[in-house]
Design a protein. Structure first.
Length: 287
């Protein structure tokens, strides 16, 4: 098992999806997009990679939701064979250091310098890598772009020797250990984040009220939960146009992932303070 950790917005979920070869973890430019441990599986003839995408470690907020996300990170680090510590190539700040401090000393760790495609002066990377190597004894330092297919193939080969020998844990066609119900909620939440941008705070989530399967057809009834009436208005948009767009894109993504038609019905409800209530968070599936 290989954990993918780092501060928010370093590209962990994009890297995870590239390593799995299929979208199993949602992505957006909004920090705190990933809120759960997501397992992605890629099986070859001679190896099975099990990747665990974690929430970005939160250092700037201290509410119940953020404490839940941070617990998901720290508990993952003690139960994996290898850690991929992801940073942005050429950039290392206090928030990166706080995540690095969480990694148990002696844990096999690769430093992944992601977003290499955004670095204009490639020569500046060499002194940066030297600086990084002085922070901790990383097994390897790997500069790459998660969007580059050759970089991903190279990383898979670098990871392979760290995998313990044994029988495969999952079937050869398995992509994740998460249910279709969970994935449907995540896909819809991604579209909410993408279509509301900075207008909507992170205090929104998605609940699946009902998930029915009839042959290849899935019927999904979902509720987008927000903190305030103003947030509800943002999601619905003028004459319901934004909610329609969110739902349409989510349905198309679900149909692609589930390989069949999807009927999606979406509602928006207000529940003040849901993100700062420990008992409520557990009821909504947070750890």
């Amino acid at each position: 098992m290989v954990a993918i950790v780092g501060r928010p917005n370093v590209g962990k979920s994009t890297l995870m999806n590239a390593l799995v070869g299929q979208k199993v973890s949602i992505t957006s430019r909004k920090a705190q997009t990933t809120r759960h441990r997501i397992t992605g599986i890629n099986t070859f003839e001679d190896a099975q990679y099990i990747f665990v995408d974690t929430p970005g470690f939160q250092t700037r907020h201290s509410g119940a939701l953020n404490r839940s996300l941070n617990r998901a990170v720290t508990s993952t680090l003690t139960s994996v064979d290898l850690i991929l510590f992801v940073i942005e190539a050429g950039r290392f700040g206090p928030d990166d250091q706080k995540v690095l401090d969480l990694i148990p000393p002696g844990s096999p760790t690769l430093l992944i310098a992601n977003k290499l495609d955004r670095v204009n002066d490639k020569e500046s990377l060499f002194p940066f890598m030297q600086q990084m190597s002085a922070l901790r004894e990383f097994r390897e330092i790997v500069p790459l772009s998660a969007k580059n297919v050759d970089d991903i193939k190279r990383l898979l080969q670098i990871i392979k020797p760290y995998l313990p020998e044994g029988e495969p844990i999952y079937g050869e066609d398995d992509l994740t250990d998460r249910s279709e119900r969970f994935l449907a909620a995540e896909i819809l939440r991604e579209k909410v984040f993408r279509w509301t941008g900075d207008e909507l705070p992170y205090t929104s989530t998605v609940l699946i009220d009902k998930f029915e399967t009839e042959g290849r057809l899935r019927r999904v009834f979902a509720t987008i939960l927000v903190d305030r009436d103003g947030h509800k208005a943002i999601i619905i948009g003028k004459k319901g146009e934004k909610l329609k767009q969110i739902s349409t894109e989510a349905r198309l993504d679900m149909e692609k992932l589930f390989d069949g038609p999807v009927y999606l019905e979406t509602f928006v409800k207000v529940k003040s303070g849901w993100a700062d209530n420990e008992a409520g968070l557990r009821a909504y599936g947070y750890e």
